[in-house]
Design a protein around this ligand. Structure first.
Ligand code: ADP
Ligand code: ASP
Ligand code: MG
Length: 408
C-alpha cells in the first residue's frame, strides 16, 4: 500500500471554497494510486476563538477541559471534509485522535505523542481511500483528550507519516514553501527548494511558525521527507530533508523572528553559588521554558540576572519570582514586553567565520540596539526592541544577500 500523508492548515480549510481546493489535492494523490491520510487543522481563527472563550468563562481554565474545548475545532473540519469526499463518491471517513488512537502523555495543552496504533490505522486504510484525521489532538492513558500545542497538526501529520511508513508528508499551507524569511514580512524573501532538518529545526525554534518544532524533530528522527507547499497553487514547494554537503556551502539560509518574548530582570542578586538554581529550578518545575539568560559582572558581590520567557508564561514567572526574590534577597523584579528576537540561521556557519560580525554590523548600521545575544553552532539570535522587528529582519536579509540565489 502506497501511503501519502497530506496536512492542511487553518487557512486551507477556512470555508467551502478552500475545502474544494483541498479536495482537488487529495484527488490528485488518489489518482496517482496513493491511499491518503488527510490531516486537518481547525478552520482559520477557530482555535483562537475557543481559547478566548475559555478565558471568558474561567479566570484559569482547567487545562484538560480546555483541551476538550479546543479539540472541537479539528472535529468540525474533519466531519465537514469527509462529507465532501463522500458526496464525491470516495470511500472516506473521519477519525479523531482517540479513535486512532494517538496516545500522548497528559501534559494538557502541550502533550507529547507517545504511540500511534499503526496496525489499527492500516486496517482502516485497507477499507478506505482516505482517512480524514483530526490534527492537534490525542488522548492520554485515562482516555482524556489532549492537544499538542499551537501548530500541533503539523506534528500529528509527520508522526502519522512516520508510523505508517508513508512515502512523504506534504504540509499544505498559505505560502508556497519555506522562505529565507517570513514572506509576509519581507517581500524580498526567496523560496528555498530544500532545507536541512537541522536548519528547519532552528528556524522553527526561533519562531518561524510555518512548521511546528516537534514536527521537524519527528521528521528528522524518523527520516520522513516533508514537503511544504501551497494549497492554492501547484508550485513545487520546499523539501525538508537530510543535510548534504552542498548545503554547508551556504553560510546563512534564513532569518527567523519571534515576537513571543518577554524580558525579565532580577536586580541586585547576590553573586554566590546556588542563586541561579534558586531562580531557574522553580521556573523549570512549573514547566516554564527560559530562553536567553544573561548575568552581568558583579559589583560588590551583587549582579543583575536577565532572561526571556514566552509572553504567555510571564504572569506565572512573575508570581514565582516574587517568592524567589525574597528568598535570595534580590531588590527588584522588572519586566519588559516590548522586545522580540531575531535569528540568523545556517548549517554553513559551522565552517564559515564572520557571520556574527556581519549581523551585528548590519543592525548597528540601522542604529538597532542589541540587548541580548545567544549563539549555537548554526544560529545567532539577538533580542532587540520590538518596534525594530521588521527593519531588523529586512536589514539582516539584505546583509546576507538572501534574496539572491546562493553563490558559493
Ligand atoms: P497553517 O495554518 O497552514 O498551519 P501557519 O500560519 O501556521 O499556517 O504557517 C504559515 C505561515 O508561516 C505563513 O503564512 C508565514 O507568514 C509564516 N512564516 C514564518 N516564517 C516563514 C518562512 N521562513 N517561510 C514561510 N512561511 C513563514
Ligand atoms: N488548530 C491548532 C492551532 O491553531 C493546530 C494547528 O492548526 O496546527 O494551533
Ligand atoms: Mg501552522
Amino acid at each position: 500500500m502506497r501511503i501519502l500523508v497530506q496536512k492542511f492548515g487553518g487557512t486551507s480549510v477556512a470555508d467551502l471554497t478552500c475545502m474544494r481546493q483541498v479536495q482537488s489535492k487529495v484527488e490528485k494523490a488518489l489518482a496517482e494510486g496513493y491511499k491518503v491520510v488527510c490531516v486537518l487543522s481547525a478552520m482559520a481563527g477557530e482555535t483562537n476563538r475557543l481559547l478566548t472563550m475559555a478565558r471568558e468563562w474561567s479566570s484559569r481554565p482547567d487545562p484538560s477541559e480546555q483541551d476538550v474545548l479546543v479539540a472541537t475545532g479539528e472535529q468540525v473540519s474533519v466531519a465537514l471534509f469527509s462529507m465532501l469526499l463522500k458526496d464525491a463518491g470516495w470511500n472516506a471517513r473521519s477519525i479523531l485522535g482517540f479513535q486512532m488512537p494517538m496516545r500522548t502523555d497528559n501534559d494538557f495543552g502541550k502533550a507529547r505523542i507517545m504511540a500511534i496504533d499503526a496496525e489499527q490505522l492500516k486496517k482502516q486504510m485497507e477499507v478506505h481511500d482516505v482517512l480524514v484525521a483530526a490534527g492537534f489532538q490525542g488522548c492520554d492513558d485515562c482516555q482524556r483528550i489532549t492537544t499538542l500545542g499551537r501548530g500541533g497538526s503539523d506534528t500529528s501529520a509527520v508522526a502519522l507519516a512516520a508510523a505508517l511508513n508513508a512515502e512523504r508528508c506534504e504540509i499544505y499551507t498559505d505560502v508556497d514553501g519555506v522562505y529565507t524569511t517570513d514572506p509576509n514580512l519581507c517581500s524580498r524573501a526567496r523560496k528555498l527548494d530544500r532545507i536541512a532538518y537541522d536548519e528547519m529545526l532552528e528556524m522553527a525554534s526561533m519562531g518561524a511558525k510555518v512548521l511546528q518544532i516537534r514536527s521537524v524533530e519527528f521528521a528528522k528522527k524518523y527520516n520522513v521527507p516533508v514537503l511544504v507547499r501551497s494549497t492554492f497553487s501547484d508550485a513545487s514547494g520546499t523539501l525538508v530533508t537530510k543535510e548534504d554537503p552542498s548545503m554547508e556551502q551556504v553560510k546563512v539560509s534564513g532569518i527567523a523572528y519571534d515576537k513571543d518574548q518577554a524580558r525579565v530582570t532580577l536586580r541586585e542578586v547576590p553573586d554566590r553559588p546556588g542563586v541561579a538554581a534558586a531562580i531557574f529550578v522553580p521556573l523549570a518545575d512549573a514547566g516554564i521554558l527560559v530562553d536567553m539568560i544573561i548575568q552581568n559582572v558583579s559589583l560588590q558581590g551583587r549582579t543583575d540576572m536577565t532572561f526571556t520567557v514566552s509572553r504567555s508564561d510571564l504572569e506565572r514567572t512573575l508570581e514565582l519570582l516574587e517568592k524567589v526574590a525574597e528568598d535570595i534577597g534580590a531588590t527588584e523584579v522588572m519586566h519588559d514586553l516590548g522586545v522580540c528576537k531575531v535569528s540568523v540561521i545556517g548549517v554553513g556557519m559551522r565552517n564559515h567565520s564572520g557571520v556574527a560580525g556581519t549581523a551585528f554590523r548590519a543592525l548597528t548600521s540601522e542604529n538597532i540596539n542589541i540587548m541580548m545575544i545567544s549563539t549555537s553552532e548554526i544560529k545567532i539570535s539577538c533580542v532587540i526592541e520590538e518596534k525594530y522587528l521588521e527593519l531588523a529582519v529586512r536589514t539582516l536579509h539584505d546583509a546576507f544577500g538572501l534574496d539572491q540565489n546562493p553563490g558559493i
